[in-house]
Design a protein around this ligand. Structure first.
Ligand code: 13P
Ligand code: SF4
Length: 346
């Protein structure tokens, strides 16, 4: 049961002392965030990983986040992901090999253009490495606009991967919505490489299956029922959802919005359900509602980090066994680091 498991986790942590730090993404289950030394969005956690001096970084999150932690931490630090099944489907929508083929097509279609590829943090290390090689960088939802500005400073077009919604929302933020195109090189009915290359902002056809489920109608219905409610959503939501919301931002912005709310205010949360539940527990003075009920906005990938797995990796470490180590291949690691460093510089 939970009490017994908590005892086992605490005993293992006592044994391991400063050798271990646990990082927990805002979407992790309650039992994981309760044991985390730091809780935050993907950008904050990558910074915490960079500052950590523990030998072992246990990552409560998904594979791409653990990979980024491995890239950022020192060579003698080890990153452990309690479940190897925790893979963000959106990151899998832009495989480096696919992007390589698409890149050859689009650069051939626009030989005189200088296209800068920008990948969202939600991508694998080989794609981050590819972007660095082509003069591009990584961004998160909190600095995508700055990454686009960097792209237009260094080149004349941006290819943004994998999240088309974050890309579109960022283009709007920069008043550049008139020159965007969605491009799936394998869609015979979609834009051709030549058509894509004519736009300033080329959006890869990826999306988050959790955030895509939010609809504008969820907000309009809520406003009819609860005219006093405010709405905050993640920029991975569709454009019309973002437009209908009061505030849009990364998971840390969502946390700050509720933290800074006046007692008695009502906020509906348009993001993964675990964060809405945490905010409800953390801020009893604010009325926190999940946008669209509480049934369907659950991230399967994040949920793979079961507290039993956390117990297992910790107890194995106590026995001197490293389980589920995330290690980015040398070569790829340096390039991916360059893409992340460019982000940290902007
Ligand atoms: P944040 O960077 O806002 O934490 O988002 C990560 C993520 O996976 C959102 O779905
Ligand atoms: Fe990936 Fe969406 Fe889950 Fe975030 S919420 S980890 S983008 S599937």
């Amino acid at each position: 049961d939970e009490a017994e498991r908590t005892e086992r986790i605490e005993a293992a942590l006592d044994e391991l002392g400063d050798d271990v730090v646990i990082l927990g993404h805002n979407y992790q289950r309650r039992e994981i965030v309760e044991h985390s030394d730091f809780i935050g969005d993907s950008y904050q956690l990558s910074k915490e990983a960079a500052n950590a001096d523990a030998d072992y970084v246990i990552f409560g999150g998904v594979t791409f986040m653990a990979e980024s932690a491995d890239i950022i931490t020192a060579d003698d630090q080890t990153v452990i992901l309690p479940s190897m099944e925790a893979s963000c489907p959106m990151a899998g929508m832009a495989e480096a090999l696919q992007v390589d083929t698409a890149w050859a097509e689009i650069t051939e279609a626009a030989p005189d253009a200088n296209i800068i590829p920008i990948t969202y943090m939600n991508s694998y290390a080989d794609l981050k490495a590819f972007c660095a090689e082509q003069g591009g960088l990584v961004c998160t939802s909190s600095n995508a606009h700055k990454a686009f500005e960097y792209g237009f400073d260094q080149g004349d077009k941006v290819l943004f991967l994998p999240d088309k919604h974050l890309g579109e929302n960022t283009a709007h933020r920069l008043d550049m919505e008139d020159s965007i195109v969605e491009w799936d090189p394998w869609d015979p009915e979609g834009a051709t490489a030549e058509e894509a290359a004519a736009a300033d902002i080329i959006l890869w056809d990826g999306y988050c299956q959790v955030h895509e489920r939010f609809r504008e109608s969820h907000i309009t219905e809520l406003r009819e029922e609860r005219p006093d409610a405010n709405v905050v959503v993640h920029p991975e939501c569709r454009r019309e959802v973002v437009e209908a919301a009061d505030v849009v931002g990364s998971t840390s912005t969502i946390c700050e919005t509720v933290e800074n709310a006046d007692p008695g205010d009502t906020w509906a949360i348009g993001t993964e359900i675990h964060l809405a539940n945490h905010l409800d527990r953390w801020h009893p003075e604010v009325e926190v509602l999940p946008l669209c009920g509480d049934a369907c906005m659950d991230c399967n990938a994040m949920r793979q980090i079961d507290p039993n797995y956390l117990t297992w990796v910790l107890e194995e470490l106590v026995e001197g066994r490293e389980r589920n180590v995330i290690e980015v291949a040398p070569g790829e690691k340096e390039l991916a680091q360059l893409a992340l460093d460019r982000m940290l510089e902007i």
